[in-house]
Design a protein around this ligand. Structure first.
Ligand code: NAD
Length: 551
């Protein structure tokens, strides 16, 4: 197809900063025209082992690199990404199918934002924190927290946001001093390899970020290898469960960012125009292939007809077509299998009595196109309402009141994001408190969370375990290490052997003094002062410093 004429594609895995070929081939396909873009060299298990070896070898020196040096690499990576943003967005559009403008908006911009935020905040985030011991017996100890890297991390990502998601996972992991074996999804392999190639140009030292073109079926080694300290997985519930089981076998931590069946609850007072626009975008952006897309809409009855009409009208006006054109709203789905799955779910709903307001039938011709589809007359028992529908489908349901909307929204195994739509602050507060999800937004769905590098991202229930992004995301990629250091008392500490009658008298007086309220706490003070433990083993200077704690 000649795509290589406008950009240099990275066709090999990158291990130890070297291009590594494997025994297999993987065709990358343009979903808009169903034609091969390029053929990538595919590794097998041995290739993955090479990557693990390289990451393991690089770990100790990368972990010892100054924060300043790591920031420098992130800054250069950002510079490259910004200056090549158009090319990167074009590659996203060609391989993933989303319109170029959308690729800039929801993939490249969040990728840049992540690099920028971590570069700016790394020093502050990784700086050790002092902890003041609460226990007076330890008052003379210097205590605090360190945020040390974990080791080699496996980062496994899906194809729906082939820049955004890898960057959300890779950047904090690398910034914190871990080394990584990164396995991008096969359907968007060129984009995944491209990110690693940019990092290499940015000066990422050899072995720190290794990107492997590896089929999912050969990826268990990234979970089982004893050198892997943690797995950051984003993908389906089915594979996520498999990943969690393997990690449980080795008792290593795992962060799971899985599916969603996100609900929007619309109050009768919502602004219809604003709500319709927000929901149409939230449901159909990225051709609905978002873990956090709007998948169920519950509308208070007085607003139902008006909102449905406006949503239908806006949906019919969306331009479905060539993602390379700047005025295309909806591109093709990324894979043929994904389109078949969506078709199957919609067909099943129609068989059970649902009706389409628009869409509902695949678009003929080359390309994995499926039109944005608005469904009514759906019931909660239908698969389309129970399961994640990874495609452009919006079922809309009238409800009697907000109570019913929230109850039905929460009746799900998933809980990634949710939204409430209202102009009333009291109702907004209710939505935020009562909707059961990892993030709840008012009058918008999703982007204000995943597009914000400082917001945390993650779900409840089967939507996953852990929180990526921002300050809380740091906790996923470090060993939060508590450290304590004392001058040490030559005569021993109060808790050291021997246990004797003097220790009994000491504790009998000290415990009320430390923990009882009112005057009764001082009843053993005189006794305390006479004990050998107090005289010889308690550091008086630290008690004086903390004297206020006794009153
Ligand atoms: P998937 O689970 O099929 O694949 C995800 C990744 O896992 C891919 O790289 C795949 O090659 C790899 N994989 C497959 N088998 C594996 C194995 N045995 N060991 C290790 N890795 C293996 O998911 P997908 O189809 O690529 O993506 C769609 C799913 O991802 C949807 O369910 C969507 O909701 C979810 N998702 C979740 C989030 C989130 O943040 N919660 C974000 C995006 C996508």
């Amino acid at each position: 197809m000649g795509y290589t004429t406008f950009m240099d594609l990275q066709l090999n895995s990158i291990i130890d900063n070297r291009d590594i070929e494997g025994p297999g081939r993987l065709a990358s396909v343009n979903p808009a025209i169903e034609e091969e873009i390029a053929s990538v060299s595919l590794l097998d298990r041995n290739g993955a082992l090479l990557a693990l070896e390289a990451a393991d070898r690089a770990f100790s020196s990368w972990a010892a690199t100054s924060v300043r040096e790591r920031r420098r690499v992130l800054a250069r990576w950002l510079e490259i990404m910004v200056s090549e943003e158009e090319e990167l967005a074009t590659l996203v559009s060609i391989e993933n199918g989303k319109p170029v403008n959308e690729a800039r908006l929801v993939d490249v911009a969040p990728g840049c934002a992540t690099l920028s935020w971590w570069e700016a905040n790394l020093e502050r985030l990784l700086e050790g924190r002092r902890a003041v011991p609460d226990q007076l017996m330890f008052a003379h100890w210097k205590s605090g927290y360190r945020f040390d890297p974990l080791g080699v991390l496996s980062v496994i990502t899906p194809w729906n946001y082939p820049v955004g998601i890898p960057m959300w996972e890779l950047v904090p992991a690398l910034a914190a001093g871990n080394t990584v074996v990164f396995k991008p999804a096969s359907a968007t392999i060129l984009i995944g390899l491209r990110l690693a190639e940019m990092a290499r140009r940015a000066g990422m030292p050899p072995g720190v970020l290794n990107a492997v073109a590896l089929p999912g079926s050969a990826s268990d080694v990234l979970l089982d290898d004893p050198r892997v300290a943690k797995v950051l997985f984003t993908g389906s519930v089915e594979i996520g469960r498999h990943v969690a089981r393997r990690c449980a076998e080795r008792i290593i931590p795992v962060q799971l960012e899985l599916g969603g069946n996100d609900a929007a609850v619309v109050a009768a007072d919502a602004d219809i125009e604003r709500t319709a626009r927000g929901l149409v975008w939230g449901a159909f952006m990225n051709t609905g292939q978002s873990c956090a897309s709007v998948e169920r809409v519950f509308v208070e009855r007085p607003a139902y007809e008006g909102l449905l009409d406006r949503i239908t009208e806006l949906t019919k006006g969306l331009k479905v077509g060539d993602p390379a054109q700047p005025d295309t709203d909806i591109g093709p789905m990324t894979t043929a299998e994904q389109r078949e799955e969506v078709e199957r779910q919609v067909e099943a709903a129609l068989q059970q009595g649902a009706r389409t307001q628009c869409g509902g039938k695949r678009i003929d011709g080359p390309g994995f196109y499926y039109p944005p589809t608005v469904l009514v007359d759906v019931s909660d028992e239908m698969e389309i309402m129970q399961e994640e529908t990874f495609g452009p489908v919006m079922p809309i349901v009238p409800v009697e009141d907000i109570d019913e909307g929230i109850r039905r929204a929460n009746a799900s195994r998933f809980g990634l994001t949710a939204s409430g739509w209202t102009q009333c602050t009291r109702k907004a507060d209710r939505f935020q408190r009562e909707l059961n999800a990892g993030a709840v937004t008012i009058n918008e769905h999703g982007l204000t969370v995943c597009g914000e590098a400082n917001a945390c991202w993650g779900g409840v229930g089967e939507s996953g375990i852990g929180r990526a992004h921002g300050e809380f995301g740091l906790h996923e990629v470090v060993n939060i290490k508590y450290v304590a250091q004392g001058p040490g008392n030559r005569n021993g500490e109060p808790w050291h052997y021997p246990y004797d009658e003097d220790l009994g008298r000491f504790l009998g007086a000290a415990l009320p003094l430390l923990y009882q309220k009112g005057l009764r706490r001082y009843r053993g003070l005189g006794e305390l002062l006479t004990t050998r433990h107090f005289r010889k083993r308690v550091r008086k200077s630290s008690l004086i410093r903390r004297i206020r704690q006794f009153f």
